[in-house]
Design a protein around this ligand. Structure first.
Ligand SMILES: [Zn+2]
Length: 413
């Protein structure tokens, strides 16, 4: 990529120093046919595993560990690809969040869920308050900024942040298990560098926090595929939400009927994502690749398998010059481990659909069995048929036609 990057602004540079970054090991660097080097890294601070949102809370902070164990088991992790990240300073949080909200997060760190915190979305239920919450927020922010640094200046083409992608956090409010917008902090940093960003979100929930933060910004093309807001939190993300002022046409929502399966999802994804990515030609793609579109996810209603998920990730990787992927949501441990491992394999140029018969990524071992200790990462295919399929397909045709008329036309596609 030819883009030249400017230096970090002083406020971030002074609070954020890279640690344990080792690009000399040679691992994670693949020589391609034309002799070009490609680097893929995982950015992960294991300290997040020492926190919990509570025993009944569906968001697991051990999701990074689940993924790493699976990736190692399948031989997907080379020495030097796994990088630590330091916590960010206050200034990093303030680069996206309001001073009042950052102050509230700091007070919440004492573990007292006072009534005043409710104004900031903090309190019982979705966004519980607990000791260490502020520290945890700085870990999420620091990980996102480290990923940005690695992609912009560290020589990496792809950074995967398995514990991240908090797309419901607002500038002044927590929401939907999201306290700090690691996505927003990363995107503000990349925008400061003058880069054009494509944000693509395939989490089952609409990325409302990112949409709101950059709704009038045409420097960021935002595309979110998600279960329709008629059925699922945050009850937004309709196709008619197109952006405002200069950003009009640069906010694309693709709601899915709850009956949608891999085929319906991929029909929409292939019709909408590649033309937009080609037209916008971003410097960096930011992807939120939550795994909760899966048919066994306990919080959502869609009918996908990880075959559809992996195909979408493959296309995102294909269309990205530089990619920072965040793990996002997903509430079934097996889906988290397999989905992220598939995504990581694809980021490393491995294709689970063609990786050879009997290969551990797919091939003849398709299925969920782990009896041999190394079952496939890919699910058994699942296809919906009959009236249910017809309902989901008709809704997909309608949404596609709406986007073709109201977005493609506006962007000159
Ligand atoms: Zn989600």
């Amino acid at each position: 990529m030819k883009t030249s990057f400017r230096r970090l602004p002083p406020c971030v540079e002074t609070t954020h120093a890279l640690t344990r970054v080792d690009f000399q090991a040679g691992c994670g660097i693949q020589a391609t046919g034309d002799g070009k080097s490609v680097k893929q890294v995982i950015v992960y601070n294991p300290e997040v595993e020492s926190y919990t949102f509570g025993p009944e809370h569906p968001f697991r902070l051990d999701r990074g560990r689940l993924f790493l164990d699976k990736a190692r088991k399948h031989g997907l992790l080379a020495d030097g690809q796994l990088l630590d990240a330091p916590p960010a300073g206050d200034n990093a949080l303030l680069s996206f969040h309001s001073p009042e909200y950052v102050a509230a997060l700091r007070k919440a760190d004492e573990g007292d869920p006072g009534a005043q915190f409710l104004d900031f979305g903090l309190g019982p239920m979705d966004n519980p308050v607990f000791p260490g919450l502020y520290r945890l927020s700085t870990l999420f922010a620091g990980t996102a900024l480290t990923a940005c640094d690695l992609v912009c200046e560290g020589g990496a083409d792809t950074a995967f942040v398995p514990v991240g992608g908090f797309h419901h956090a607002r500038r002044g409010r927590a929401g939907g298990f999201c306290y700090v917008s690691d996505l927003g902090i990363a995107m503000e940093q990349l925008l400061w560098r003058g880069l054009r960003l494509l944000y693509v979100d395939i989490d089952a929930h609409h990325g409302d926090g990112v949409q709101d933060a950059f709704y009038d910004n045409r420097q960021v093309l935002k595309i979110s595929f998600h279960e329709t807001g008629r059925e699922l939190f945050p009850f937004s993300g309709f196709e008619s939400e197109l952006g405002s002022r200069l950003g009009e046409g640069y906010n694309v929502n693709v709601p899915l009927d709850p009956l949608a399966d891999d085929e319906v999802f991929l029909f929409l994804f292939k019709k909408i994502f590649p033309p937009l990515a080609a037209r916008f030609d971003p410097d960096v793609t930011i992807a939120q690749i939550g795994v909760d579109m899966h048919n066994t996810d306990p919080l959502t209603h869609l009918r996908l398998t990880n075959n559809g998920y992996a195909e979408a990730v493959r296309i995102i990787v294909q269309w990205s010059k530089k990619l920072i992927a965040f793990g996002g949501g997903g509430y079934n441990p097996d889906n988290i481990a397999k989905g992220y491992a598939l995504a990581w394999a694809l980021m490393n140029g491995r294709d689970p659909f063609t990786d050879g018969a009997g290969a551990t990524l797919g091939g003849t071992f398709v299925g969920s069995s782990e009896l041999d200790g190394l079952g496939s990462l890919l699910d058994m295919p699942l296809r919906i048929s009959g009236p249910e399929k017809e309902t989901a397909a008709q809704e997909a045709y309608r949404v596609h036609e709406y986007i073709r008329r109201n977005v493609f036309h506006r962007l000159g596609i």
